[in-house]
Design a protein around this ligand. Structure first.
Ligand SMILES: *Cc1c(COP(=O)(O)O)cnc(C)c1O
Length: 354
């Protein structure tokens, strides 16, 4: 007998880092910003007109699109908004990857890419990063249905140069190349300027990491107006009001406070550099991270052991079971005080397990 189960859409979902809520925890497992959102955001929230919530929001989220366009020196028709960059990326996959040829992204990268490819039934291939976690440009020269590159890459933290990206784009003028810049603000480098030169390049960024607003869910894409229009057509075909009134207001407010943004990013970078020195001292090795996390492996103590003991002490880092990286930990950069506690505990674990 047939049942409704015969027609189920089955898929193995993406697994985000856990969100524990313990008063004494140090949470270094999902790359959130350790600093609160800008005081401008807090003020905007306090003065928010709650009566307005009975009305639907502006379907175009024009206030936020305009604010982002102004911030980056663009026109607002070059900006696409989404409920976090996960939403933006999913819509980009749906919009641009409708070829029978496989899309390409590295074997070690943001683990949502293959989930979306599976969900939207997009064929894909994952060329292996080299042994130093660098992308191999020639892997992206072959015929394909599109290219996705996280730059800096996650979870490796490695930044590829603008010349590298330009080379890959030059070899892929007939497909859309998505550059996921979730961590670009911590690298001092962005491929944004390439959207002016190439009509097939889409840059995706987020408020979740560098702008301390992961809980608000705001992401955006920047590209030429034809790409943005195509994405909006897909978006409005299943949800007309993606951005809430509150996310539009707070997203625009965050952009008004450039000084705070720079200051908090600089603090994260300073603590990252301190943490790198300490991790080296303890016998860890890692590629030089240009993000707000460090992806490190220890010379003698297994990653799983360190992960488990830290967890008992309510220090949460991320461990991936995937082949090639099972002996690595991804450690988000917290406040200086949080990283000092992390290093203290890790030093003990290493002393006890050598
Ligand atoms: C965090 C992250 C995202 C998603 O961020 P949102 O919170 O959905 O904006 C996208 N890509 C990469 C590589 C990330 O690390």
């Amino acid at each position: 007998m047939s049942t409704w189960r015969d027609n189920l859409r089955t898929i193995e979902p993406y697994v985000p880092g856990e969100q524990p809520n313990l008063p004494d925890m140090v949470k270094l497992n999902t790359n959130e910003n350790p600093y609160p959102p800008s005081p401008k955001v807090v003020e905007t929230l306090k003065n928010f007109d709650c009566d307005s919530l009975r009305l639907y929001p502006d379907p175009n989220s024009q206030v936020l699109a305009d604010a982002l366009a102004k911030c980056y020196g663009l026109q607002s028709d070059q900006v696409f908004l989404g409920v976090g960059s996960d939403d933006v990326l999913a819509i980009a996959f749906m919009t641009f990857f409708n070829s029978k040829k496989p899309i390409l992204f590295p074997d070690i990268t943001y683990s949502f890419y293959d989930v979306w490819a599976e969900l939207f039934q997009i064929p894909y291939e994952r060329p292996a990063l080299d042994d130093h976690f660098d992308l191999i440009p020639e892997d992206y020269y072959k015929e394909n249905g599109g290219v996705v590159i996280a730059n800096p890459n996650a979870p490796t933290g490695v930044l590829q140069s603008l010349d590298f990206l330009r080379d890959v784009i030059e070899h892929n003028r007939d497909v859309v190349v998505i550059i996921d810049e979730a961590y670009a603000d911590f690298s001092g480098s962005s491929a944004l300027e390439l959207t002016k030169e190439y009509d097939n390049v889409l840059i995706v960024q987020t408020y979740s990491k560098s702008r301390s607003l992961a809980g608000m869910r705001i992401g955006y894409a920047i590209g030429n107006p034809e790409l943005i229009r195509a994405m909006n057509d897909v978006r409005y075909s299943y949800n007309s009001y993606p951005m809430t009134r509150l996310s539009v207001a707070l997203g625009a407010a965050a952009l008004e406070d450039e000084a705070y943004f720079r200051e908090t990013v600089a603090k994260v970078i300073e603590t990252r550099e301190w943490t790198k020195k300490e991790l080296k001292r303890l016998g860890f090795s890692f590629r030089d991270s240009q993000t707000n996390f460090i992806f490190a492996t220890h010379e003698s103590v297994p990653a799983q052991t360190i992960f488990d003991v830290l967890r008992e002490k309510h220090i949460f880092v991320r461990h991936f079971g995937q082949k090639r990286i099972e002996n690595y930990l991804r450690i988000s950069i917290g406040t200086q005080a949080e990283m000092e506690r992390f290093i203290r505990e890790t030093e003990q674990i290493i002393a006890q397990n050598r």
